[in-house]
Design a protein around this ligand. Structure first.
Ligand SMILES: Nc1nc2c(ncn2[C@@H]2O[C@H](COP(=O)(O)OP(=O)(O)OP(=O)(O)O)[C@@H](O)[C@H]2O)c(=O)[nH]1
Ligand SMILES: [Mg+2]
Length: 450
């Protein structure tokens, strides 16, 4: 046990609720709670609950339920006791004050989880997964966090490290025998191993854009000319009157962003200012933002008015968007309900009425298809954490040096140095190698009480 202090925090959300949960962890957890409850906590069986009355300053504060977990078989690995009290803010504060007066200290954000990590209950990716789990808002983000919590990423990283450690040891053994000019580590084997690891790390790095989209929502920009019905479409997809709709061209002047969900996948839907020759400076800025939103989006919906936008204008608008290969485009003709017989219909466009809702479900279906999130690809490891991404990039650059070095036949000690450096970067992901700064950075972002 590394930590000697006993910490406490309110783990339930701030404010009033039916019930609140206060957590205490550390060597004095049981004795401190015993003092304020007069319940014989030491005698209480571990992993059991007990009714108690909390008294403080000669007053009954509340009737509560205690849950006892004896270390090391607890979340933090220390002695832990959880107090479920009534959710009044006053009661919560009184109990916290009583705990602190008896020697507990207020936990810092993420301190319970940090102790769990330091006591070997989980590695860093698993601890980070807990924060992701708490933040998850939809099925896909939740799935990804659960997989990471179960150790999905750690397993992948540890396998990579093990391969490299084996080779590094062979090379270092060679260095011990350097007088005798022997080669234990076959250079061709080493080269193909390094190439394999490089290819895999590149794949992991490549999975980040998907992981990030799952975590934060896939950005979808709705662009088009003024009055095409973009804001009406945003409202139809959200099923609420979020954006102002009017028949005045140039109604939307700034981008509006809202999250919504199709079949458990989150999208960040961005309504933009209609694109035309700006009438004033504010509109000009709005239009610049529209183009910026289109540039950053993974999926762009180009919306036009079936009755008033000419095909040549539509084509020129789309080509001016300059979409990249990794962006998907959905071209949608709107106001189907008003359509007169004359307007032409391109076969690869979707036709909807944002106002009546006709074919809006088909648009959702298309969004799902274009999002490329394939629920069946769940066995592959997906990176969603920027910290992991950065560490992988550093490890990759070291391994590229190893590969180059092997190609030009540099000496074993230099090869070993770069392999060791890549091992350090990979190790920082799981926390096999960690520093206080790194831990402060990670756990400082957690909520208090977790
Ligand atoms: N008949 C019909 N009218 C629609 C439809 N969609 C939008 N409109 C109307 O078209 C007008 C413009 O709609 P908006 O949603 O404000 O258009 P916009 O593209 O956001 O326009 P800007 O913000 O000015 O760029 C409004 O009067 C809407 O009621 C539709 O499907 N059918
Ligand atoms: Mg609008």
């Amino acid at each position: 046990m590394i930590h000697q202090s006993t910490i406490c925090a309110i783990s339930s959300p701030l404010g009033m609720g039916g019930v609140a949960l206060i957590r205490v962890s550390g060597p004095d957890a049981f004795s401190i709670v015993q003092l304020i409850t007069k319940t014989n906590v030491t005698e209480l069986k571990a992993r059991s609950v007990a009714y108690c009355i909390i008294r403080w300053n000669d007053q009954v504060i509340d009737e509560c339920v205690l849950s006892k977990f004896a270390g090391p078989a607890s979340f933090t690995g220390e002695d832990v006791i959880e107090i479920a009290c009534h959710g009044s803010i006053y009661i919560q504060q009184q109990i916290m004050t009583a705990l602190i007066e008896h020697g507990a200290t207020l936990a810092k954000p993420g301190e319970f989880t940090m102790r769990a990590y330091l006591n070997g209950k989980m590695d860093l990716t698993q601890a980070e997964a807990i924060a992701d789990l708490i933040a998850s808002e939809d099925r896909m983000a939740h799935n990804m966090a659960v997989r990471q919590m179960k150790g999905g990423i750690s397993k992948t990283i540890n396998e990579l490290r093990q391969k490299l450690i084996d080779f590094a040891s062979l090379i270092e053994l060679e260095l011990d025998f350097s007088e005798e000019d022997v080669e234990f580590a076959d250079r061709d084997d080493l080269k193909s191993l390094v190439q394999g690891v490089i290819a895999y790390i590149e794949e992991l790095i490549g999975s980040f854009s998907l992981g990030n989209a799952i975590k934060n929502g896939i950005p979808v920009a709705i662009v088009g000319r003024p009055n095409a019905g973009k804001s009406t479409l945003l409202n139809a997809l959200l099923k609420e009157n979020r954006a102002i709709v009017s028949d005045i061209a140039g109604t939307t002047r700034d981008t509006i962003e809202e999250k919504f969900n199709i079949q458990g996948v989150s999208y960040r839907l961005i309504d933009t200012a209609g694109i035309r020759l700006a009438q004033d400076d504010i509109e000009k800025i709005g239009i610049e933002r529209s183009l910026e939103a289109a540039e950053k989006a993974s999926i762009v919906i180009y919306l036009y008015d079936l009755n008033s936008n000419a095909p040549s204008d539509i084509d020129s608008d789309i080509s001016h968007l300059n979409l990249r290969e990794d962006q998907a485009l959905i071209v949608v003709g709107n106001k189907l309900d008003q359509q007169n017989g004359n307007s032409s219909r391109a076969s690869d466009h979707l036709f909807i009425s944002a106002e009546t809702g006709e074919s809006v479900d088909e648009l959702k279906e298309l969004l799902s298809q274009k999002s490329q999130i394939n629920p069946s690809s769940q066995d592959t490891t997906i990176i969603s954490n920027v910290r992991h991404l950065e560490a992988l990039k550093l490890a990759l650059s070291d391994l590229q040096k190893v590969e180059n070095g092997l190609n030009i036949g540099i000496t074993g000690d230099l090869v070993a140095m770069d392999i060791r450096s890549s091992l350090r970067h990979l190790g920082s992901i799981t926390g096999a190698i960690s520093t206080d700064d790194l831990l402060g950075n990670i756990f400082g972002r957690f909520c208090i009480g977790k």
